[in-house]
Design a protein around this ligand. Structure first.
Ligand SMILES: [Zn+2]
Length: 237
């Protein structure tokens, strides 16, 4: 279950997101989505964050305790539980893809086509974000107890490879994942100027980021006539 919280914060607040992220992680929550919205007062904005709890039973007491602590952060003026208006479209899409796992390719292709038809300008970012939400959900659901906090290669081997193996052929080279059979760019125009596998990049990031503070980038793509899609995972400091 996701909980969406609406933070009223100073627009210029420095490091506010990392303070919130750290606190929710300490309380065993994971951030699955976030966005900002304008507030009435120009010096402030709404930071809308969706969270999921790492354990099965989330009680009112745990949630109220989290909200009290979040309210105590400097530059946070208020925290309210948001009763999902239109904030859940990416979450809804991610949930429906997640439910089909491992047979997710059809839904992703369909969703990508819809984004093309809608003329979505941020298609790459949207697909990345959906992939990341799905990755976080899988990591929380299936790999909660696995400790791979100390090594990127271990995270790739124990989490990423098993999760993607039903639909992609991949191997690990140090901190890189090489995908030689990648369904995400299969059939794509082989003259792409930028890598095309944004959902997969987000998925890998989501899978690893509940364990480690990492950044994932697709540095080579088969859609650029490369022999494999190569994803570079680096530590974020
Ligand atoms: Zn690719």
């Amino acid at each position: 279950m996701n909980i969406t919280l609406d933070f009223l914060v100073d627009t210029e607040a420095v490091g506010i997101l990392s303070k919130i992220t750290l606190l929710v992680m300490q309380k065993d929550f994971v951030i699955v989505e976030r966005s900002t919205e304008k507030a009435e007062n120009e010096a402030q904005q709404h930071l809308i964050i969706s969270l999921t709890y790492n354990y099965d039973k989330l009680t009112d007491e745990i949630l109220d305790n989290l909200i009290q602590e979040l309210k105590a952060i400097d530059q946070v003026h208020d925290v309210t539980k948001n009763n999902l208006k239109n904030k859940d479209s990416l979450l809804t899409i991610s949930n429906s893809i997640m439910k089909k796992y491992p047979d997710i390719m059809g839904s992703i292709k369909e969703y990508t086509k819809k984004l093309d038809e809608d003329g979505e300008e941020n298609k790459a970012a949207v697909l990345y974000e959906v992939g990341e939400i799905v990755g976080k959900k899988i990591a929380v659901d299936q790999y909660r107890k696995l400790n791979v906090n100390d090594s990127i290669a271990k995270g790739l081997k124990k989490i990423v490879l098993p999760v993607i193996s039903p639909f992609a052929l991949a191997k690990i080279k140090d901190s890189e994942l090489h995908v030689s059979m990648c369904p995400f760019c299969m059939g794509a125009d082989a003259t792409a100027t930028v890598p095309q596998c944004d959902f997969l990049t987000g998925l890998i990031s989501g899978l690893l980021s509940t364990k480690q503070n990492v950044e994932v980038e697709e540095v080579k793509c088969r859609a650029q006539k490369m022999p494999a899609c190569v994803f570079l995972i680096s530590k974020k400091y």
